[in-house]
Design a protein. Sequence first.
Length: 67
Amino acid sequence: MARATSNKPTFTIHQLIERILENREISRKEHIQLATAMLSGKQITDEDRRHMNRIFDSIQAGRVKIV
């Protein structure tokens, strides 16, 4: 019998946020992951939510580039 693979990411939201803020770049996949995590509301601290909002604001302002 085949074993189901886990779709669990190998990184934490916090690590992703730190990398995006440091590099000022976000991939389309990461953008979708952040949006999905934010909309799901699961396991997101208030601090991470503030950082995510900051990333989305920075994308709109052109300070973070989607690559």
